[in-house]
Design a protein around this ligand. Structure first.
Ligand code: H53
Length: 837
């Protein structure tokens, strides 16, 4: 019977090939069909949202068959190895444009829309992006799924379907205002709900030791709360291949959506209450990047999606006839930072308590299953959970963690006999005050691979942050320098440059970014240099126009676009940039007759809602912008713009338009950075510190095409140890002093002179991130940039060389390295003509 039904489906698909075909007519028909039957409208009456939804459904139709084949013929097959990526965040970005590019149908779709009198760009603009991430961490998660699909390797990303993504930012009187991100409001056309793959998740309660039939001791977990996880599958198509992998996002639901007992005694509200509280778990993304929020709900989120994911893997492996003892052969599970680390005791629990595997064997399987990616050098970003809280929410896991720790510390003592201090730092439990579980230590003990995300960071992990783990397990440590997806971050967002590249060196670079190298000789070709400049000018025009429409600020496309976009954080030093702008402003006012390079300073980025200093920095930028943009005495020589609600969509306009990319973190603080890569591949020059992936970018593009400044990581460290006194820089550097004095005298806050005191005091008397120490050299690097800018051909040449030499930073390269060293999974070609079973 089943075969019969399959046959019918296949005949149907064959007959209706046009419905899913990629021809102009098929796409037009599909689109009109959806517009009429699904949206209930005609093209001339359709809203932007109607048109977006109809086109999205049309494109989605073309993914379904590919996705189902990938899922059934590769992912679920017993003997194919599958990469599992666990991440609390995915920064997917707008989907329509990306999926059109990956299907290879950009031109056809553009033509189809044109024929109907519709502008594709305005359709793309109508999409509300799924903002299920804070920043860089979610961006790499999305890029690696894209890379895995493009390399045809079966993979599943697991995460949370937050009902509200990262808050939307607006400004009121220059202050950041946060609003709920209702990204699901109009429906999300790129997902399919999989009700039949729902799983149950337990919380709280207690454990009990019982004997099973054969007299062996066994642990029962008797929870106090149970909820359901419902998966929603999002398609992740590879570039011009049939592979469409799965991003499976989980939503929490109550098990009985209605508690009839309460209902019968008239407590209607109480009955609904339980449903509401269960569903709270996946309500909202915590808006902190690199700082921990020790909230119960956050821990529940982490356990929730991790348990859903592992149960799902175990289920379909056993369904396909797999042997649980081979779990680590079938799956490799990558932990994206420590957020999913509770997966380690969870897999132990499933193996030991539910599958009856002996402890040592279960530990062997677990350690062979997990890889751990470490993304940070900030001590405050290392997650830890109070033992009391973890034990209350996950009593069985707390026991398992203690058991793991006991054995792990015995091993550690063999390496470090009589080193009580080292044993204490290695312990999974921090016992210096209130007891905490150290999630990074748990991740290190429970995985076979530990990787950093750029060379410098990996070295710093080995010599400081995870030094003692490195001496026990040197073989586990490796580096995987981050990369970005060239399809999104060049092809999709920079159509103009893509055309020029295709015309000059042909296509093929999108799948093999090293091919951009063949652009190098063109840097010497005046005709090409002129074309490059013309393209850049058009792109800058586009952004200038958007800025004017949004903010009513006129910026000059001929000025140098100097851009700093990323999360607002003190270590990323947006305030260093502000001090530079103020000092330049001061200089122009004091010496109006000298000649200056016209500059437009563009900012973007969100501050965590509870991070007061970051919010004050936003207010300062907006206040400085207000004064400078309205000061007619400086003849529009400089403009300052803060683009609100920085997200993927806005960033797609920003990166291609940049002349100068600001990557100015304190050395030794930014693990890698990926924005730095997006700028440079689009032809921006970088002014940057010797930090994170900046170092490797500079190595690739050449030191002449990169403006390096500032203290190095070891210099930062030794200056700190020798007693850093920021005030001396204030005394010694006149322009720095004047800039700080202007802020302190209320020049930018006339109604509230002391508004920025907390910030300036911090800089003068504490300055954890050494803004003051790096100021002078930063200004020097900026002047160097201005000199090069004045020779516009030389600048263009450096810009061309940046693009030409960025091949290394394709996420395809990173994914290949993960596959080679950690994941060890092979490509599986997907043939959509195969019959499915
Ligand atoms: O991860 C990026 C790095 C970047 C680092 C970032 C990150 C988060 O976004 C959140 C938490 C965390 O521990 C690290 O700050 O340097 O490029 C991807 O690896």
């Amino acid at each position: 019977h089943q075969n019969f039904l399959h046959q019918i489906t296949h005949n149907f698909l064959k007959q209706h090939d046009d419905r899913i075909g990629l021809t102009l007519e098929a796409i037009k028909d599909g689109f009109l069909d959806y517009l009429f039957f699904n949206r209930g409208t005609y093209p001339d009456q359709a809203t932007d949202q109607d048109i977006y939804q109809a086109l999205a459904m049309t494109i989605r139709d073309r993914l379904v068959q590919r996705w189902l084949h990938t899922y059934k013929k590769a992912t679920m097959e017993k003997d194919t190895r599958v990469v599992i990526y666990l991440s609390a965040e995915y920064l997917m970005g707008p989907q329509l444009g990306h999926n059109i590019v990956n299907l290879g149908v950009r031109e056809v779709v553009e033509k189809a829309m044109n024929d109907l009198g519709i502008d594709l760009q305005s359709v793309l603009d109508a999409e509300v992006e799924p903002g299920l991430a804070n920043g860089g961490l979610g961006n790499v998660a999305a890029s690696y799924l894209d890379g895995l699909s493009s390399l045809e390797v079966p993979a599943i990303g697991y995460g949370i379907r937050y009902e509200f993504g990262l808050f939307r930012q607006s400004f009121s009187n220059g202050w950041q205002i946060e609003e709920t991100d209702k990204w699901l409001q109009f429906g999300f056309p790129w997902e399919i709900q999989q009700f039949d793959r729902a799983v149950e998740i337990k919380f709280g309660g207690s454990t009990q030791r019982v004997k099973d039939e054969s007299g062996n001791e066994k642990v029962n977990w008797i929870p106090s709360e149970e909820i359901k996880g419902i998966p929603y599958d999002v398609f992740v198509p590879g570039y011009k291949v049939n592979t469409v992998n799965t991003l499976r996002l989980w939503k929490a639901e109550a098990i009985d959506s209605f508690n009839f007992q309460s209902f019968n005694v008239g407590d209607y509200y109480g009955a609904v209450d339980k449903k509401v509280s269960s569903e709270n778990i996946t309500k909202v993304l915590y808006p902190n990047d690199e700082s921990i929020e020790g909230k119960i709900l956050r821990l529940k989120q982490q356990y929730f999606f991790v348990s859903c994911a592992l149960q799902d893997c175990v289920n379909f492996f056993l369904e396909s006839g797999g042997n649980i003892l081979d779990f680590h052969e079938k799956f490799v599970v990558q932990l994206n930072d420590t957020h999913p680390t509770i997966a380690i005791p969870e897999l132990m629990r499933i193996l030991v308590d539910e599958q009856g595997v002996a402890w040592d064997e279960a530990w062997h399987i677990t350690q062979k299953t997990f890889g751990y990616t470490q993304h940070t050098l900030l001590p405050e970003a290392l997650e830890k959970w109070p033992v009391g809280l973890l034990g209350q929410i996950l009593p069985r896991h707390m026991e398992i963690i203690y058991d793991i720790n006991y054995k792990f510390l015995n091993l550690a003592r063999e390496h470090f006999p009589n080193h009580q201090e080292i044993i204490r730092t290695l312990s999974l439990i921090d016992e210096t005050g209130e007891k905490y579980v150290r999630m990074a230590n748990l991740a290190c003990a429970g995985s076979f691979s530990i990787n950093g995300v750029a060379n410098l960071q990996t070295e710093l992990l080995k010599s400081y942050t995870l030094k003692d783990f490195y001496s026990i397990f040197p073989e586990k440590f490796n580096n995987k320098t981050n990369g970005i997806a060239p399809r999104r971050w060049l092809m999709l967002i920079n159509n103009r440059l893509t055309q020029l590249l295709d015309d000059t060196i042909g296509t093929g670079w999108e799948k093999d970014l090293d091919q951009l190298k063949s652009l190098e000789p063109f840097a010497e070709n005046q005709d090409f240099v002129n074309k490059w400049k013309a393209v850049k000018k058009e792109i800058k025009n586009d952004l200038a126009q958007r800025i004017f429409e949004q903010q009513r600020v006129k910026v000059d496309p001929n000025s140098m676009f100097d851009i700093l976009v990323k999360r607002i954080h003190e270590y990323k030093r947006q305030h260093l940039k502000v001090l530079h702008i103020i000092s330049l402003y001061r200089k122009i006012k004091d010496n109006p007759n000298e000649s200056y390079v016209p500059r437009t300073f563009i900012f973007g980025g969100k501050a965590a809602p509870g991070y007061r200093m970051a919010k004050l920095i936003i207010k300062l930028i907006n206040s400085v912008a207000e004064v400078i943009n309205n000061d007619s005495s400086i003849n529009d020589l400089i403009k300052v713009v803060f683009i609100p609600n920085y997200n993927v969509r806005n960033s797609q306009w920003i990166y291609p338009a940049a002349d100068l990319s600001e990557q100015i973190s304190t050395a030794g603080k930014e693990a890698s950075g990926t924005g730095n890569m997006k700028f440079s591949v689009n032809g921006a020059l970088t002014v940057g510190t010797y930090d994170g992936a900046n170092i490797e970018i500079r190595e690739e593009v050449g030191s002449d095409n990169f403006f390096l400044f500032g203290l190095k990581a070891d210099e930062v460290k030794s200056l700190k140890e020798s007693g850093y006194n920021p005030y001396t820089y204030y005394q010694e550097n006149e322009s720095l002093r004047k800039a700080i004095d202007m802020i302190n005298h209320g020049y930018f806050s006339p109604n509230e002179r002391d508004l920025f005191r907390p910030l300036t005091d911090h800089l003068l008397y504490y300055d954890e991130y050494m803004v003051m120490a790096d100021f002078t050299d930063y200004v020097r690097a900026q002047e160097e940039a201005e000199q090069l800018w004045s020779q516009s051909d030389a600048w263009a040449k450096a810009s061309i060389l940046n693009t030409a030499r960025m091949g290394k930073f394709s996420s395809d390269r990173t994914v290949r390295e993960y596959l080679r060293d950690i994941w060890k999974a092979d490509a599986v070609e997907i043939n959509i003509k195969d019959t499915l079973h």
